[in-house]
Write a protein that binds this ligand. Sequence first.
Ligand SMILES: [Zn+2]
Length: 153
Amino acid sequence: MIIDIQKLSPDGNRFEVQEPGSILELEKDKFAHEDGMIDVDVYAQLVSRELVVRGSLRVPIRLLCSRCAGFFSTTLNVSSFLRAYPVQEGMETVDITADIREDILLEIPTYPSCPWKGTGVCPHSGVNLDEMTIPEPPSQNSTWDVLDRLKDR
Ligand SMILES: [Zn+2]
């Protein structure tokens, strides 16, 4: 999102815009996928020699559930986006895209979990929790098995 400083009114302007989810650059991410447009609702104002931008962000996103290991859809809210950009002589625009991305990524929980607390098929990820199997630990004898086999030769 680019803010045109020269078009700002002295009292500041409110911007309600949508940014594509692709600005989050999650294409190769294993734990989170973009899931639609980002709602940006900010107020931008020039205060002395700084552009102050504050507001909120809202983004639909798909996260890997740490409980059932399936992707579920949720919404992340950044309620207090706040940045100040120094404005130099001759500057016409300020690009706040990188900061929008940063604040949203910081909002992703470390261990996301879908709201499903039951058993059976998780309605969020479609994973059947009853059928989830815990991988068996490797046999403790395996190392000795190999040695035994060597001895037999
Ligand atoms: Zn889940």
